[in-house]
Design a protein around this ligand. Structure first.
Ligand SMILES: [Zn+2]
Ligand SMILES: [Zn+2]
Length: 370
């Protein structure tokens, strides 16, 4: 079929709205009509990354309606509303068998190659192959994705809000609820108040934390954190940040610290601000060259846990419907994450906003389709 899509033809050049050919879904794939897609910082990174194959169609935060399914698809039928997951899994490897599909590695080769799971593309332009992005390519009217990327959501769920569930919302919320295991009445510090951090705050709030301390270098982000449930805010540039956090948590430090910042200084602070027996979760991504330095003296005595979490330990088929229901029940604030809604033709404005506006670090511009 032919469709309109925002095409990245050359590195760093504005995206172009072009007619793209989309092939039929194969046996385990699904054709989805995109209704809304968030514009995420990872799309901007790909847009500016010389390793992104071109021409490609970016976009990895999407929601839409199933239009057609491959012959072996059992999980969805045409007409189902779905939120898309950019970490599809194989279901058979040791990680999947152990109940940790977020650690499955089957998607990463195709993700970097710009293909679907079988190593081929469904996209072409004027007869030349085009590339997928994160197996989703949501900056388009339609997309073909793996069945394992299609998570059914309630039909009452609005598409703009649904489109955000699959990335920062699930990562942040589940970093608090699943990876850290925040408990009722506990104290929690969240480092890095961006699209992931505000949702870690929401996860801690919904899990019943008593004190949620937002830590960031930007005063605007700290103010915004309160909209999502932070009870206190501390500027990460303050030299006495650890003492401030301890003062808010019985002098002992927090039960749980969640670092969403991607900054190793924050990781070290998060560890030091965690009380004995507590848990520090690192969900932010670092450049591979970075090192984290932790005080080794007394390491055994403090009995703390330091653990990384990929995708917030999200299991999309378990967690996306929970997040949608929390939104529909008025408990999860997604409305304030949708900063503005635009048409596909305006997509370059959304990319320009990343360079202009601090607030876009937290919320999203969402592209809506008719
Ligand atoms: Zn994203
Ligand atoms: Zn697997």
């Amino acid at each position: 079929m032919k469709m309109q899509a925002a095409v990245m033809s050359k590195l760093g050049e504005p995206l172009e709205i072009r007619t793209v050919d989309l092939a039929e879904p194969k046996a385990t794939e699904v054709l989805v009509k995109i209704k809304a897609t968030g514009v995420c910082h990872s799309d901007l990174n790909a847009f500016e990354d010389a390793t992104t194959p071109t021409p490609s169609i970016l976009g990895h935060e999407g929601a839409g309606i199933v239009e057609k399914v491959g012959s072996a698809v059992t999980g969805v039928v045409p007409g189902d509303h779905v939120a898309l997951n950019w970490v599809p899994y194989c279901g058979t490897c040791e990680y999947c068998a152990a109940g940790t599909p977020n650690l499955c590695e089957s998607a990463f080769g195709p993700m970097f190659d710009g293909t679907l799971l079988d190593g081929t593309s469904r996209l072409s332009i004027d007869g030349e192959q085009a590339y997928h992005y994160s197996l989703l390519s949501t900056f388009a009217e339609y997309t073909v994705v793996p069945e394992k990327s299609c998570v059914k959501i309630p039909k009452e769920m609005p598409f703009a809000e649904a489109s955000l569930i699959g990335c920062g919302v699930s990562t942040g919320y589940n970093a608090a609820v699943r990876a850290a295991g925040v408990t009722p009445g506990s104290t929690v510090a969240i480092f890095g108040i961006g699209g992931v951090g505000v949702n870690a705050i929401q996860g801690a709030r919904i899990a019943g934390a008593e004190k949620i301390i937002a830590c960031d270098i930007k005063p605007d982000n700290l103010e915004l954190a309160k909209q999502f449930g932070a009870t206190h805010a501390v500027n990460s540039l303050d030299p006495d940040i650890i003492e401030q956090i301890q003062a808010l948590s019985s002098g002992l430090g927090v039960n749980f610290a969640i670092d969403c910042s991607g900054n190793t200084v924050a990781t070290e602070t998060a560890w030091k601000a965690t009380r004995k027996g507590g848990t520090t979760v690192v969900v932010g991504a670092f450049h591979p060259s970075k090192q984290v330095a932790l005080p080794a003296g007394g390491f055994h005595r403090v009995a703390k846990v330091l653990r990384g979490s990929f995708y917030g330990d999200s299991q999309p088929f378990r967690d996306f419907p929970i997040l949608a229901q929390l939104y529909l029940d008025g408990k999860l604030n997604l409305d304030h994450l949708v900063l503005r809604k635009i048409k596909l033709e305006q997509i370059n404005e959304a990319f320009a906003d990343f360079h202009d506006c601090n607030a876009v670090n937290v919320g999203r511009t969402v592209i809506e389709f008719d």
